[in-house]
Design a protein around this ligand. Structure first.
Ligand code: IMP
Length: 486
């Protein structure tokens, strides 16, 4: 058989931080408000932000899948969960019902814009009711609206809020006992995506949001080993939106066999296959019918795969190669196969560079840090705690760690051949997911603005990234010759 690959590649593989993004021409309407991070993963699956939480037991359970799903990303429930439990979570997520925000965070009418923006940063809510001392509604501060109208940070927030008494509409109802059903129908018939519930003296009682009545996406991981078909059926019945083959190395007989059989099951749910890191690996899975391909090996934060057995690849090298395969396949067939990069992306810098080639990003370490992750939370002394104020660290462990012992993910059928390919440890606790994620979404949107791209498709097609030398990185990617004020 003719080999396309070189047996020895002398060009070094690159990581995300070895590139910078160059500006492209930014047009008049290309501003943060207008940037879309929507990502079409399959004909019937579009997510609002290009992020998936890893199929790791220390990361994704009900809370993470719900929190990320609400922000329009997608959580991938680990294959290590018993099938019933995994499908049970899918069922709960898909039937998640609108709830009112019973004690909304508010700002007083004499607050400055700066104070309210600070609240947005802390809590992640982009809509803050402005009230007087008796909680009587005066207006709504809406971040998006503020971006449009602008205003000095020292100005009073009332100068940029949507005033309750103006002709502009703050959707509301004066019935504190409004039913969920009624609130839903008001939201559906309103142009705005929120509803303010007041008492008969216009005092704020609670809020409802359209986001809470939209269906939340959720994904289910499967292994390539015995029982996967039953897992697929049970999860599909529960309403899962995506099946993800979760194996450390998918360039093999078993992954191909799963794809083939899956395609014969007549299921209308897309299947993502991975992981692969080479042109050939990706082409094989694509040709067999994978709807989405997941890329990455040896780069996970907890991963010891390359340390143990030297197998792996720098993530941008893998992405660039796999992208070539999908492009070649696209030219031949016109079928576009989205790519998900998995492993080693933990900050907005890596996200921006990865999105030059990847359609979406799966992250373990990044999501592990939040309140909603499945990892146990610890206080400063390393003791388990459930008190939010005391949380300082979160337990993390790889699927291939001694603790998780996910044999199928690493191709083992028996305990006798198992050795750990992942570590257990902790990450720094970073609070709730929403504000942190929103801040990074803002950074990614700003990167797209610099690149002159309105959406991720344009970014993949037009953005230019360049390798920087080690020396250049010191002056390009960080501050230098100064001490940063704490
Ligand atoms: P992170 O975002 O850098 O933490 O990488 C997360 C990814 O690491 C997961 O989505 C998996 O692909 C991979 N992974 C999870 N557990 C292990 C392990 O035990 N060993 C190696 N890789 C792992």
């Amino acid at each position: 058989m003719k080999r396309r690959v070189k047996e020895i590649i002398l060009e070094p593989g690159r990581a995300f931080s070895e590139f910078t993004l160059l500006p492209g021409y930014t047009g008049k309407d290309c501003n943060i408000q207008n940037i879309s991070l929507e990502t079409k993963l399959a004909e019937n699956l579009t997510i609002g932000i290009p992020f998936l939480s890893a199929a790791m037991t220390s990361v994704t359970g009900y809370d993470m899948a719900l929190a990320l799903g609400k922000e329009r990303g997608i959580g991938v429930l680990p294959a290590r969960l018993p099938t019933k439990e995994q499908a049970g979570i899918v069922d709960r997520i898909k039937n998640h019902e609108i709830g009112f925000v019973e004690k909304p965070i508010t700002a007083q009418e004499d607050s400055s814009i700066e104070e309210v923006i600070r609240m947005v940063e802390i809590h992640g809510h982009s809509k803050i009711p402005i009230v007087d001392e008796y909680r009587v509604i005066k207006g709504m501060f809406i971040l998006q609206h503020y971006w449009e109208v602008g205003g000095s940070l020292q100005d009073r927030v009332t100068s940029v809020m949507i005033s309750f008494n103006s002709g502009k509409h703050v959707p509301n109802c004066n019935n504190p006992n409004i039913s969920i059903k009624k609130a839903k129908s008001l939201l559906e018939s309103s142009k705005e995506n929120y509803l303010v519930v007041l008492d008969n003296q216009n005092r704020l009682v609670k809020l409802a949001f359209t986001k809470d009545i939209e269906k939340i996406n959720v994904a289910s991981a499967i292994s390539t080993h015995k029982g996967w078909q039953d897992r697929v059926r049970t999860n599909v019945e529960a309403g899962t939106d995506l099946i993800v083959i979760d194996t450390a190395d998918a360039y093999n007989y078993h992954a191909v066999d799963v794809i083939r059989k899956y395609k014969k099951m007549g299921i209308d749910v897309p299947i993502c296959a991975g992981n692969v890191i080479t042109y050939e690996g990706a082409m094989k899975l694509i040709k067999e019918g994978a709807d989405i391909v997941k890329v990455g090996m040896s780069t996970g934060s907890i991963c010891t795969t390359a340390k143990e057995k030297a197998v792996g690849r720098a993530p941008m090298a893998a992405l660039i190669d796999v992208d070539k395969a999908r492009q070649d396949y696209f030219e031949e067939t016109k079928r576009y196969v989205p790519l998900i990069i998995d492993g080693g992306v933990s900050n907005s810098y890596s996200m921006a560079i990865a999105l030059k080639k990847a359609d979406a990003i799966m992250m373990g370490n990044y999501f592990n840090r939040f309140y909603e992750s499945s990892g146990e939370k610890q206080d400063g002394k390393g003791e388990p705690t459930t008190i939010e104020d005391k949380m300082e660290k979160v337990v993390t462990y790889g699927e291939g760690s001694e603790r998780a012992h996910n044999l199928p993910r690493y191709g083992h059928t028996t305990q006798a051949t198992f050795f750990p390919e992942g570590e257990e440890g902790t990450v720094k606790y970073e609070g709730r997911l929403k504000p942190y994620l929103k801040a990074d979404i803002l950074r990614i949107k700003a990167a797209l603005v610099n690149a002159g791209c309105m959406n991720l498709k344009e970014f993949r097609e037009n953005a230019v990234i360049e390798v920087i030398s080690d020396y250049a990185r010191g002056i390009v990617s960080d501050t230098h010759d100064m001490e940063v004020k704490n």
